[in-house]
Design a protein around this ligand. Sequence first.
Ligand SMILES: [Zn+2]
Length: 208
Amino acid sequence: MHHRIVVSILILFLSCCFVANICVAAPSPLTGKIIVIDPGHGGNDNGAVANGVREANVNLAVGLKIRDKLLATGATVILTRSRDVSLELKARVDLAKATDADIFVSIHANSFPNQETSGVISFYQSGRPNNLAASIQEALVKESGAIDKGVRTENFYVMRENDITAALIEIGFLTNAPEALRLTNDVYQSKVAEGITRGINNYLQSRL
Ligand SMILES: [Zn+2]
């Protein structure tokens, strides 16, 4: 008798979830997806330094914000570093392999001799599909309002050595004074993080 009641309640609960889609226990679309976010450089590796801004710091600040936003989508998020520590490129890729991750997104900021140059670029490994990079670039440009410098192919270690789909995002030019200033701003960093998160979300949802 008790067993029947339990089964009835369970059926009622599941029907309710199915029909009304208001089930508390219903998994979000990205539940079970494992995403590696890789804030570039760190520790004794500053990355680019210009206009008083250190790339390693900007990458980490934005990476932490992406993690928080992605966690809210139900995904599992792994940061290659969550502090200002040195980390070899191989260790970053090995982490993705060890955790059986679905995608890998590396965060960087750019530098260029021409100080007028600004904007965002999303890279993908040459010879492989560009879908993840393209999805991130589209959402990132939309959310941040930054100049769209395109989706480009490259041969970066963290993309090449990963077996999974990977992208490397250049979130702006530190050699451009206004963009360097924006990239240290908490509100702007959140917009950049929101754009990258939406791009990742759109990419993964399109593949479900
Ligand atoms: Zn970099």
